[in-house]
Design a binder for this molecule. Structure first.
Ligand code: NG1
Ligand code: MG
Length: 510
């Protein structure tokens, strides 16, 4: 076993899954091995695994570089792999990728030149996630080995993913992280540093057309069984396992699907990528208006190079206060400074931040296209600062619980409910179906209910007393799911009671 900072390499399936999950998962692993054998005519050499995640609190603030609290779930991406010895000389290597759900995700064979991996982010193709992990992993290997030339190995791969796609549980991060891990391992890196893998997965996923933050990849790679993960992005990526205290009544995390699919590749220009632009423009605007300076914000690791947290740090640089006080002050400052409820046009923003409209477009909207006349800087900044504050309040409850009874549970739940209100009203990333799932659950006894992940569809997460889980499930069935035309399989997967699972692992055993 490698050091604790390296991705664990397990020799036994028991090390990967324990308890209730093992039985079902063992059957799944065995069928993956069998299908690999029948696809390629021999057994795989190893399997890389990375899970999906559910976000408990801290929504849409990771790319503004504020801390978040996700946890890994049991659903995951598995990549069974065999390295293929090339017998003939060539100037490329060959990667065969197949999926156990072959009709939905067709197989591909790629002949890839040694020096570049082409990804066309405009074409939404499932293997793009794999390629983005490949490209990132090779870049990291070149850097680590101090050589621009690297001859990657040819591979046969079979993937099995159980995280629903477009469902807000981060199937994409699970896939990218498992791919990058598989590629590092296959190319001789037997002790893969967790932090390096996380950082490379964060940057890699942006190659697929989404200006994402770093929450999902951090949760997928770094989570430890039984704990949620408090992830901070600045000054460096830091992750701290957090245990939920045992309370009376006992708490359960319940995840419920809305079955509204939100595909970021279709909705990106008006949803996710647009929000990233709005937050970065809000940071630039506040910097110019409040700091009364033409000096731009120093560049940081946010997807567009500047973030609301960057503004925050600059604003309080010489007179720091407690993080909570600072955020409260920033909320007031935003209300005073960004007064236009209807939003701001490019023509209104550009002169304030010392740019022409063309420069603004080039700087903020050229990596990924966005479609908007008005940028709602006020509402987006208010969501981000208030959500960052809710995360801190949630963490301080967990760190020093005042009581371990109903009132404590309610306090956690109230914060989650406030997140949902802010996501719906200020960030506009909910949808009527998610709002409905939340209100049904609260009526049936949930302490806190909200969307999880990017929103606009996908999943919701609920903090429910263990003895009310059945009542909540029944209420959803009666008032939501029975009104939809769902297959038996969809019904089965609609609601999951989730326990915090563990992060990335390589299985290299018998
Ligand atoms: P989803 O769509 O659930 O994978 C996205 C982002 C996160 C974060 C959340 C919102 C990706 C890969 N992930 O999650 O970084 O910003 O939305 O909190 O795009
Ligand atoms: Mg995703």
């Amino acid at each position: 076993m490698a050091s604790t900072d390296a991705v664990p390499v397990a020799q036994s399936l028991k090390d990967i899954y324990t308890g209730d999950a093992l039985e079902g998962q063992t059957a799944r692993w065995q069928s993956l091995m069998k299908q690999f054998q029948s696809n390629y005519g021999h057994a795989p050499q190893f399997v890389s695994r990375s899970p999906g995640r559910v976000n408990i609190i801290g929504e849409h603030i990771d790319y503004s570089l504020y801390s978040v609290l996700p946890m890994a779930i049991t659903a995951d991406a598995l990549l069974a792999v065999r390295v293929v010895e090339e017998t003939e000389k060539s100037d490329y290597y060959t990667i065969k990728v197949a999926n156990v759900q072959g009709t939905k995700f067709p197989s591909h064979e790629f002949k890839i030149p040694y020096d570049t991996v082409d990804i066309d982010a405009k074409v939404h193709e499932w293997t793009n996630y794999f390629k983005s992990g490949l490209r990132g992993a090779l870049e990291l290997l070149r850097k680590k080995r101090g050589s621009a030339f690297l001859k990657p190995v040819s591979m046969e791969i079979l993937m099995d993913g159980t995280v629903p796609a477009g469902g807000g549980l981060s199937s994409s991060a699970a896939f990218v992280s498992a791919s990058a891990l598989a590629l590092m391992y296959a190319n001789g890196e037997k002790s893969v540093d967790k932090k390096e893998l996380t950082e490379l997965a964060i940057v890699s996923e942006r190659a697929v057309g989404v200006n994402s933050g770093g929450m999902d990849q951090s949760a997928s790679v770094l989570s430890l069984r039984g704990t949620a993960l408090f992830v901070s992005f600045t000054p460096n990526l830091m992750a701290q396992p957090v245990k939920f205290p045992s309370t009376t009544p006992e708490l359960s995390f319940v995840i419920a699907q809305s079955f509204v699919q939100s595909n970021k590749h279709v909705t990106g220009p008006v949803c996710y990528n647009l929000r990233v632009v709005e937050c970065s423009l809000a940071a630039a605007y506040l910097n110019a208006a409040v700091n009364k300076t033409a000096e731009p914000l120093p560049s940081d690791s946010g997807p567009l190079g500047i973030s609301l947290n960057g503004f925050h740090r600059k604003y309080f640089y010489s007179t720091p206060k407690s993080p909570e006080e600072e955020l409260l002050e920033l909320i007031e400052l935003t209300k005073k400074t960004l007064t236009q409820e209807q939003g701001y046009t490019r023509e209104e923003i550009a002169p304030v931040i010392g740019m022409t409209v063309e420069e603004l477009n080039e700087r903020f909207t050229s990596t990924f296209p966005v479609r908007a006349e008005q940028f709602k800087l006020r509402q987006r900044a208010l969501h981000v600062f208030s959500e960052a504050l809710r995360v801190l309040e949630f963490m301080s409850l967990l760190r020093s619980p005042t009581s371990l009874d109903e009132s404590f549970n309610k306090k956690l739940g109230d914060l989650m409910n406030a997140t949902q209100d802010s996501c719906r009203d200020d960030y506009e990333c909910s949808c009527p179906e998610l709002d409905k799932l939340c209100s049904i659950a609260r009526k049936a006894g949930s302490y806190g209910s909200r969307l999880t992940g990017a929103g606009w569809g996908g999943c919701s997460v609920h903090l429910v007393p263990a003895d009310k889980v059945e009542a909540v499930k029944q209420a959803w069935e009666e008032e939501y799911y029975s009104k939809m035309d769902l297959s038996a399989e969809q019904k089965e997967a609609a609601v999951v009671v989730s326990k915090p699972g563990s992060g990335s692992v390589v299985f290299d055993g018998d």
